[in-house]
Design a binder for this molecule. Structure first.
Ligand SMILES: Cc1cc2nc3c(=O)[nH]c(=O)nc-3n(C[C@H](O)[C@H](O)[C@H](O)COP(=O)(O)OP(=O)(O)OC[C@H]3O[C@@H](n4cnc5c(N)ncnc54)[C@H](O)[C@@H]3O)c2cc1C
Length: 474
């Protein structure tokens, strides 16, 4: 018997995971995809479905009924129509680096975009890629032409579709906004099975609904991304401070002076001493080497502690992989990751961060954890559904952490919710890659004045509410 015969015989997926999803999440109806032209690419095997019931967060587990590895856009359109006929939910999965089940579909269909990962074309100012391509493969392809996407995420193992669905922030976001702001065109299969192109000029409502739209209106199959000339090298300055006030003062001054090509920073647990405060700036260059004295002039960091590295642009962009290797070797990469990502309004950031930090201990963040905290100019951001505080600057306030044990996970998820409430009270907003549940009303509040337009796009492009149930939004 092949796997579909087994499933038809009612063996189903109820024994799929010895431990994992709740009983309520266990599929009860067999997969019946034999009539579909994409049937060969539907997989109902327990291990494949089990894989799609996990994500990087390792907190939420929802077992799908089937996983589709599409060979092309037509497969996705067909799968959406099939899911609609069966009243199943459907969700795209890029690299599965969400932290709270956002790419899962309980008893539904997961579209594993990893099979659509081709680089289609590269021009002098743009690249056309399949949405399942990782940013790593995009960068390798563009650097061969001396070009780069203007914004790269810190970790390049994320998929193009996965970050465009949330925004996609990186060290150059002050200048270039989110990755979703550097988009020229998208190919999308909508929730009602239509294959559409969209851009600022063509189907702009769909374009707006897809950029940072949490995959509520469609699945991106292909993206045309803007490119700029890549620098040859990056000199990176990690500067350390004794307190939050001196960190923020220098962060604000280097931002105002546009001193760095990349600007980030963090508050890092420092054993019994409490916290260390870090500014991380990077200067891109191709010809003359940056003069450290000029770059660091007037800054009040603990100069003896400064760490300066100089790498090719390629190696610098991939530096996160060293941390990944370390975390994998210690098995921390696979532990639950209850992350919280938010933005604080620039004008209140120092006070708000100080108050939020008073409620956090080193234990809440963990050995390899940190709170990333740095200023960005908001004028570069333009994707309507990517929410930012109403201020000329915003500070990401992101609690990046690994939970030591199962008990801690629940506490950390609850703490994320409480911290988010306080961020909102301070005029901040969520970056929706965070690990805690949100009600439909919570999402309405999150999208604020953009909600009616978003709800209208949902009605127009996914009227049956098939897509991306993991956010529990509609
Ligand atoms: C180690 C690590 C580092 C990170 N660094 C950054 C960072 O520097 N900047 C940043 O902004 N974020 C960062 N994130 C968060 C990250 O952006 C999100 O988790 C992102 O959505 C993950 O991409 P993915 O390909 O794994 O997507 P998945 O987790 O697979 O999916 C994320 C969401 O996108 C949807 N989606 C996936 N593919 C498509 C598609 N083709 N069309 C439509 N929707 C789709 C899914 O349904 C889901 O809702 C990081 C996460 C991790 C784990």
């Amino acid at each position: 018997m092949n796997r579909r015969t087994l499933l038809r015989a009612g063996v189903g997926l109820s024994t799929a995971l010895a431990s994992g999803p709740n009983k309520a999440d266990t599929p009860t109806v067999p997969c019946q995809c034999d009539g579909l032209s994409a049937a060969a690419r539907f997989n109902c095997e327990t291990d494949v479905c089990a894989e799609a019931s996990h994500d990087f967060g390792n907190i939420v587990h929802r077992l799908p009924r089937a996983v589709l590895k599409p060979a092309g856009t037509a497969d996705i359109a067909e799968a959406i129509r099939w899911a609609a006929a069966q009243k199943l939910k459907i969700a795209a999965r890029g690299q599965g680096h969400s932290t709270y089940g956002r790419s899962m579909a309980s008893d539904g269909v997961v579209v594993d975009m990893g099979s659509l990962n081709a680089i289609r074309a590269i021009g002098t100012d743009r690249i056309v890629v399949d949405a399942g391509a990782t940013w790593k493969s995009v960068l390798e392809a563009t650097l061969a032409q001396g070009l780069t996407p203007p914004v790269l995420t810190n970790y390049l193992g994320l998929s193009v579709g996965g970050t465009l669905a949330v925004g996609g922030i990186g060290g150059t976001s002050s200048r270039f906004g989110m990755q979703s702001d550097q988009l020229i065109e998208l190919d999308v299969v909508t929730g009602d099975g239509r294959e559409l192109k969209c851009s600022r000029e063509s189907n702009p409502d769909l374009f707006d609904a897809m950029r940072g739209g949490l995959a509520q209106c469609g699945i991106i199959t292909r993206a045309t991304l803007a490119l700029v000339r890549a620098p040859e090298r990056v000199r990176r300055y990690q500067l350390f401070y004794r307190d939050l006030a001196s960190l923020v003062a220098d962060q604000r001054s280097v931002l105002a002076a546009d001193r760095f090509d990349q600007l980030q920073g963090a508050i890092i647990p420092d054993g019994k001493r409490g916290w260390r405060y870090q500014l991380e700036g990077a200067v891109h260059y191709s010809g003359s080497i940056p003069d450290n004295r000029t770059v660091l002039a007037g800054l009040s960091d603990i100069r003896d502690a400064a760490v300066i590295t100089d790498l090719t642009y390629h190696d610098d962009a991939r530096v996160f992989e060293k941390l990944e290797t370390l975390l994998r070797s210690k098995e921390l990469w696979y532990r639950p990751q209850p992350w919280l990502f938010t933005f604080l309004p620039g004008s209140k950031a120092e006070r708000a961060a100080g108050e939020l930090m008073r409620g956090l201990s080193g234990d809440d963040v963990g050995t390899f954890g940190r709170v990333t905290f740095y200023p960005m100019l908001t004028k570069a951001f333009g994707s309507p559904l990517v929410r930012l505080p109403d201020d000329s600057t915003a500070f990401p306030f992101n609690v990046v952490r690994v939970a030591a044990d199962k008990e801690k996970v629940g506490q950390m998820v609850a703490q994320n919710h409480a911290l988010y409430d306080r961020v909102r009270e301070a005029g901040g907003v969520l970056y929706p890659v965070s690990a805690f549940p949100m009600s439909s009303d919570g999402w309405k509040q999150h999208f604020g004045s953009r909600w009616p337009q978003f709800a209208e796009a949902k009605r127009r492009y996914d009227p049956e509410h098939l897509l991306t149930p993991g956010y529990e939004m509609f």
